[in-house]
Design a protein. Sequence first.
Length: 330
Amino acid sequence: MNAEGPKPVFRRLAGLAAAPVAGVAVVRAVPADWPVLAVQLLAFVPWFTVPAAVAFGLALASRSRPLQLVTAVLLAVQVLWLFPPPTAGYAAAHAGPPSVQVKAMAINAELGEADAEGIVDLVREQGVELLTVEEYTQELADRLADAGLPAILPYQVAHPRGRAAGAAVYSSFPLVDAGVVPGTRFTMPVVRVALGPAGNGADLQVVAVHTLAPVGDGLGQWRSDFAALGRADPGSGPLLLAGDFNATLDHREFRTLLAGGYGGRPLVDVAAAAGSRLVPTWPMRGYHLPGVTLDHLVTSQDIRGSSYSVHRLPGTDHAAVAAALEIHVG
């Protein structure tokens, strides 16, 4: 066989491997209101690093300099997106008044079918003091009560609804019901958590987040939900958005929320700040898809997150996400 024979084969294979990478790169890079399929593909951007690396290896074998350059750029862009610079960082540590450390956790209970005893066991094991539950039904509320959750987290603001629409916040600290985020299809409760004596400025505002998934005709509502979350920011004081955002850092809408582009402040994704933004939270079962990170703990910059962790639970296709939050009380 002629020594040049295999090279056209390698060029063709490199082109086939690079084509989908180039397509998703355009969607990731161009800030447009992309249609449903493109938005869904964006959730899997980190996994496109694999065909990008394959394309580059095949291009090297083809000895085609132009193809090597193109595939090298595609691979470099994919790697850059794996470890993006933070949209916002934590504020400088405060001196003087003390801070309160709160262990927070969020879990999507998948139509209320998550194992209630598993949730309660995890709350105990992790020392959780603040819990948000999405897809919260009355049946799940009853099972959590039977499993002993109110004995650990006695304060609650609960909005049970059918299937995926309900949500609740449980806490070891007193809660004040501040309503819900307006204009959303799924209920997103807003609560104030009293971390110290009244009047000391120590209230933490918490939103139990569950945006509509960008599937079918839900894309417009999904985008609207992010704008509504931005408007829910009070503008000052500690803020925690916790739950199922149905988005990753590769979605422009989520990055816009973190950047304060919907009228709120710059915010911090705790997982990204901890270097754990690629740890998947969905699907934990059911779907034969690569894992992606849809569940987040997002805070204002005056909160410092640590000890971020992801936990599987029986009965739900989402993992729970947890972190210790240091909240300045002065």
